[in-house]
Each structure stands twice: as C-alpha cells, then as structure tokens.
Design a protein around this ligand. Sequence first.
Ligand code: SF4
Length: 365
Amino acid sequence: MNAPSRQPDDLLSELQCHGVRWQDQSTGLSRRGGAGPSDHKALTLGAHTAMVPVLNQASLDSPYEARPSSDGDLALIFREGRQVGQVEIPGVPKFYARSTADGIPYWKIATLHSRDVLATTLLQHCIRMNDAATSCQFCAIGQSLAAGKTIARKRPEQLAEVATAAVELDGVKHMVMTTGTPQTRDRGAAILCEAAAAVTAAVDLPIQAQCEPPDEDSWFQRLKDSGVVSLGMHLEAVTEPVRRKIMPGKAEVPMSRYFEAFEAAVEVFGRGQVSTYILAGLGDPEDAIAEMSERLATIGVYPFVVPFVPIDGTPLAHHPKPDNALMQRLYPRIGASLRRHGLHSDDIRAGCAKCGACSALKHHE
Ligand code: SF4
C-alpha cells in the first residue's frame, strides 16, 4: 500500500540531503563533475524543482529510491519499499542537439540547470585547483573537463550562440556565468564582462556573474555596463577554521575583503542583487551560519545557504551527508533574516538565489 505523499518542500529537502538511489542511470538529465550542482538530477514536485544528488557515492546509501517510468518523464519515490511521492523529470533540452559551426556540441558550452536557468563555467580551470595546499576540497571543476564533457574556455561568441538557442528553443529565463579563478588580478571579472556583453548583444537574457572579489571595485560597474544584472561572490564557509581547512587558497582572501566588495557591489547592483553561497555541513556551527546570514542580509546581500553535498572524486567525497534536521533548523532562521531586511528571491533578476534549486531556502522566505 502506498504511504501518503509528503509535503513537497519536506520531501525535496530530504531528497536533497540524502540523495536518491536511481534505478536507471540512463534516464533524464543529469551530469557528473563540474562547478555548481554536480552528480545531480533536477526533480520537480508540484511547483518546486530541486537539484537532487543521484550519481554520487553518498546517494548509494540513501533511504530513498527512485523508479523512473518507462518514458522517463516521471519517477516514483520509495522509502523502505513504501511510495512516498512522485516527481517529474525534465526532458533533455532541445538546444543540446545543436553544435557550433566548428563542431562543439552546445551542451559542452552551457547546460540547463533546474528548469529555466542556463549555466556556464567560462574557464574550466582555476589557479588553486591542482595543489592540495590551495584547492577547495569540495570542488569538481576539473572533472567534467577531464571527462570530455565540456571545453576549457567558452568564447563570448559561442556563449551568445548557445544562449540565443536556449532562449528560443527551451525558454530559459536567466543565465549564470561562473568561472574558475584565473591568475589575473581581476579574478575573472574581465572575461565575465566580455561574455556578458556578447550574450546581451545577442539575446534578452538576465545574467548573474559569479567570481571572487576582484582587485578593484570599479569592476562592478564594468560588469553592470556589460549586461550583468546580479553578482555572486561566494563565501562557501563562514568561520576561519573551516575556511582554512576546506578552502585554504581561497581563505587567503580575508573576510574583510569580501565585505568591502559586497558593500561596493550592492552600491552598483542594488540591495538583494548581490548574493553569496554558503555551504552548510562543512563544519561551521549553526549559529555562525545564522549570524553571518543576518550580517549579510543587513547590508543587502542574499545569503544563499545550501546543504553541502559531497561530490565523487573530490577530497570530500566521503564527507558525511548534510543533516536535514540542521537544514530544517537553519532555513527558518535565515528566512527570518531575509524578511527582516526585505530580501526575496523573486526580486533577484538572475542567478542561483533566484533559481533556488540547490536549497530549500526559497520556501522559508
Ligand atoms: S541554484 Fe545555481 S547552481 Fe543550483 S541549479 Fe540553480 S543555477 Fe544551478
């Protein structure tokens, strides 16, 4: 007999933390490696879509199992043999079938995230990635390149071509441009400007850029002038011991620099259009995450708190899975900060916090 279906938010949050054992790995849209939500599938329940881990080791011991339908549009979710829900699986985007004139498949240039976000990593290389003394231990940026699933550098004209097709064929609504951090002092801001200018010249698509704080705050206006409408600068961890342990290279950028950059960026992009990723489950205490979120929201920065999901092939592949109980305590606290300071994901013009699929925070705003 089927168990009663759970509330969509509860079930998606559970699946996001535990992962799902997927019966048929060939079905639907998923990807392995890369920046952002790797080893995930986008699953939709009611009006909500969440990126759920299905390909990593951690999901193999999940109490949840998905049995996809034969046409791959739906999957039934079971826990201990009892059905607890049913999710929709988005089809393969139409733009994935196309290639550039020089034969590069569009899906190697940008991918669909969640239901309507086009995402790309401009530079699939980072100054910190090849040295354990500097690399971010959660990051899988080199994996998809090594696996031939992407190209090392996405040129502005390639992005303009793919973005145009993704809007026309699949109705994408906004775009996330992230980048591995290059050697240059601008931390990638210059290539983000070039790419954003090319995309906005070709198609009407709001763009979020993501980078480390650049050397000069004048980059924020240049990014805006190039068509970027919102900006992400990602703390990832909020306390110094966790920063130094998990991301020793990036931790060399002091928190004080992040806060200077946040304030300067909010001046340019406006309150709520600047955001940061915070990975819960890496060791930061719950109170530290809640307090940092309040501090960020006070200055107009949206704290996008997501459960950290271990990715295979990274040093943290066997890190404990995120604790859904921790997330369920954190979300309402951060939601209260967002309300107190008038921040809402729907007001964000583009980017991860607008998409929200890597977290259940949206449902607690
Ligand atoms: S929240 Fe960001 S990384 Fe996650 S699916 Fe959405 S666009 Fe991609």
